[in-house]
Design a protein around this ligand. Sequence first.
Ligand code: MLT
Length: 265
Amino acid sequence: MPFATINGLRLVYDVRGQGIPVLWIHGFPLGRWLWDPQVHALADIARSIAVDLRGFGGSSAPEGPYTMETYAADLRGLLDTLGVDRVVLAGLSMGGYVAFAFYAAYPERVRALILADTRHQADTPEARANRYALIERIRAEGTPVAVEAFLPRLFGATTQQERPELVETLRRKMLTNPAAGLIGALQAMAERPDRTELLPSIQVPTLVIVGEEDAVAPPDLARQMAEGIPRARLVVIPRAGHLANVEAPEAFNEAVRAFLRELEA
Ligand code: MLT
């Protein structure tokens, strides 16, 4: 497992393929494995870097607090270590929150954005309170509580009905995340800023992708986000929920491939 030492932490990552550098940022409570269906299928057009954020998978899980800005600084350090100047930044859900923080801090390092199943708005007070309640339960009972809390919301109805084995496979992977990292991430999500005002200042080509059955970051919200970003386009993926890239990889990859081709042209 390749890793880099960034900001005193071990960050595990994979690099695969040839072409436009794409940095893939996973959501919660996931890991770099989320992007397996992309890094393999797009290996002829993208040089994919998929990383475990601090606190996930094989990366170090220091005590918090974590913020979206610390994740973004880790990623910038990783790009520096790999000698990659500008990337296409692709984030799903929490990965999108990190991508917004990265763009806000280091816009010169971003060639384009892919914002999948994510939200530009901050948490409501109720959502924030739920996260802190979940943190207390994780402190008492560990990682499985977080996985069981999120699992039903991550997949669309079609996947839940037709592909229970996919849900089960991903559940097992989610369970490998350390509790300290999940607590840090929930705190970071609870305290993340609203990005509504950032949207009109985003100058790079942006692909907004959403599963049509996404209940966490629904298509209406994705539409609003795409309308707010000057050079954005929206693609809605049929029969997919919040994890559109694993639920409907072919449609997802087709949208990404078309987007990367245009960047290359
Ligand atoms: C994610 O998929 O990263 C989370 O569902 C995002 C969130 O809880 O806001």
